[in-house]
Write a new protein. Sequence first.
Length: 129
Amino acid sequence: MAIVQEFKAFVAKGNVVDLAVAVVLGGAFGKIVTAMVGGLIMPLVGLVLPQGDWQKLVLGPFQIGQLLAAIIDFLLIALVVFLVFVKGLARFMKKPEETPAPATKTCPECLESIPAAATRCKFCTSKLG
Protein backbone atom coordinates (compact mmCIF):
# COMPACT_ATOMS: atom_id res chain seq x y z
CA MET A 1 0.00 0.00 0.00
CA ALA A 2 2.90 2.36 0.62
CA ILE A 3 3.89 2.27 -3.04
CA VAL A 4 0.38 3.29 -4.11
CA GLN A 5 0.43 6.25 -1.71
CA GLU A 6 3.90 7.29 -2.86
CA PHE A 7 2.75 7.07 -6.47
CA LYS A 8 -0.31 9.23 -5.73
CA ALA A 9 1.92 11.81 -4.03
CA PHE A 10 4.30 11.75 -7.00
CA VAL A 11 1.52 12.24 -9.55
CA ALA A 12 -0.14 14.95 -7.47
CA LYS A 13 3.02 17.07 -7.43
CA GLY A 14 2.65 20.25 -9.45
CA ASN A 15 5.70 19.71 -11.61
CA VAL A 16 4.44 16.35 -12.90
CA VAL A 17 1.11 17.85 -13.92
CA ASP A 18 2.88 20.84 -15.49
CA LEU A 19 5.13 18.49 -17.45
CA ALA A 20 2.13 16.51 -18.73
CA VAL A 21 0.39 19.69 -19.86
CA ALA A 22 3.58 20.89 -21.54
CA VAL A 23 3.95 17.62 -23.46
CA VAL A 24 0.35 17.75 -24.71
CA LEU A 25 0.61 21.42 -25.69
CA GLY A 26 3.99 20.81 -27.28
CA GLY A 27 2.54 18.06 -29.46
CA ALA A 28 -0.33 20.27 -30.56
CA PHE A 29 2.03 23.19 -31.17
CA GLY A 30 4.30 20.90 -33.20
CA LYS A 31 1.38 20.02 -35.46
CA ILE A 32 0.66 23.71 -36.04
CA VAL A 33 4.27 24.45 -36.93
CA THR A 34 4.50 21.37 -39.16
CA ALA A 35 1.38 22.48 -41.03
CA MET A 36 2.80 25.99 -41.36
CA VAL A 37 6.09 24.64 -42.70
CA GLY A 38 4.38 22.23 -45.11
CA GLY A 39 1.73 24.68 -46.29
CA LEU A 40 3.56 28.01 -46.32
CA ILE A 41 7.32 27.74 -46.05
CA MET A 42 8.02 24.70 -48.21
CA PRO A 43 6.05 25.98 -51.22
CA LEU A 44 8.06 29.21 -51.02
CA VAL A 45 11.29 27.22 -50.94
CA GLY A 46 9.95 25.13 -53.82
CA LEU A 47 9.57 28.29 -55.90
CA VAL A 48 13.26 29.08 -55.42
CA LEU A 49 14.50 25.64 -56.42
CA PRO A 50 14.43 25.02 -60.16
CA GLN A 51 12.80 21.55 -60.21
CA GLY A 52 9.71 22.59 -58.22
CA ASP A 53 9.00 19.80 -55.72
CA TRP A 54 12.29 19.93 -53.85
CA GLN A 55 11.18 17.46 -51.16
CA LYS A 56 11.67 14.72 -53.74
CA LEU A 57 15.25 15.86 -54.34
CA VAL A 58 17.46 12.77 -54.52
CA LEU A 59 21.23 12.54 -54.57
CA GLY A 60 22.04 8.95 -55.51
CA PRO A 61 20.23 6.72 -53.03
CA PHE A 62 19.79 9.57 -50.53
CA GLN A 63 16.58 11.56 -50.23
CA ILE A 64 18.04 14.98 -49.51
CA GLY A 65 14.72 16.81 -49.86
CA GLN A 66 13.15 15.04 -46.88
CA LEU A 67 16.21 15.81 -44.78
CA LEU A 68 16.06 19.49 -45.74
CA ALA A 69 12.35 19.58 -44.87
CA ALA A 70 13.02 18.07 -41.44
CA ILE A 71 15.88 20.50 -40.77
CA ILE A 72 13.78 23.53 -41.74
CA ASP A 73 10.90 22.20 -39.62
CA PHE A 74 13.21 21.81 -36.62
CA LEU A 75 14.76 25.25 -37.04
CA LEU A 76 11.36 26.93 -37.27
CA ILE A 77 10.09 25.14 -34.15
CA ALA A 78 13.27 26.06 -32.27
CA LEU A 79 12.99 29.69 -33.40
CA VAL A 80 9.36 30.02 -32.33
CA VAL A 81 10.02 28.33 -28.97
CA PHE A 82 12.97 30.64 -28.38
CA LEU A 83 11.09 33.81 -29.31
CA VAL A 84 7.84 32.99 -27.53
CA PHE A 85 8.96 31.12 -24.45
CA VAL A 86 12.52 32.18 -23.75
CA LYS A 87 12.39 35.83 -24.78
CA GLY A 88 8.66 36.56 -24.56
CA LEU A 89 7.79 34.94 -21.26
CA ALA A 90 11.08 35.94 -19.64
CA ARG A 91 10.06 39.56 -20.04
CA PHE A 92 6.87 38.94 -18.05
CA MET A 93 8.46 36.61 -15.50
CA LYS A 94 11.32 38.96 -14.64
CA LYS A 95 11.47 39.55 -10.91
CA PRO A 96 12.23 43.06 -9.70
CA GLU A 97 15.79 43.34 -8.55
CA GLU A 98 16.17 43.84 -4.84
CA THR A 99 18.38 46.73 -3.86
CA PRO A 100 21.04 45.59 -1.43
CA ALA A 101 21.07 47.03 2.06
CA PRO A 102 23.48 49.94 2.39
CA ALA A 103 26.91 48.97 3.65
CA THR A 104 27.22 52.10 5.77
CA LYS A 105 25.09 54.36 7.93
CA THR A 106 25.55 57.84 9.38
CA CYS A 107 26.28 58.41 13.05
CA PRO A 108 23.50 60.63 14.48
CA GLU A 109 25.99 62.41 16.82
CA CYS A 110 28.97 63.24 14.62
CA LEU A 111 27.44 62.56 11.16
CA GLU A 112 30.38 60.38 10.09
CA SER A 113 29.88 57.36 7.85
CA ILE A 114 30.28 54.07 9.75
CA PRO A 115 29.63 50.39 8.86
CA ALA A 116 25.95 49.43 8.94
CA ALA A 117 26.51 46.64 11.49
CA ALA A 118 28.39 48.90 13.94
CA THR A 119 26.92 49.35 17.44
CA ARG A 120 29.31 52.15 18.45
CA CYS A 121 30.70 55.01 16.37
CA LYS A 122 34.45 54.70 15.76
CA PHE A 123 34.83 58.48 15.59
CA CYS A 124 32.86 59.82 18.58
CA THR A 125 32.32 56.49 20.41
CA SER A 126 28.64 57.17 20.91
CA LYS A 127 26.39 54.16 21.42
CA LEU A 128 24.21 53.47 18.38
CA GLY A 129 20.75 52.02 18.92
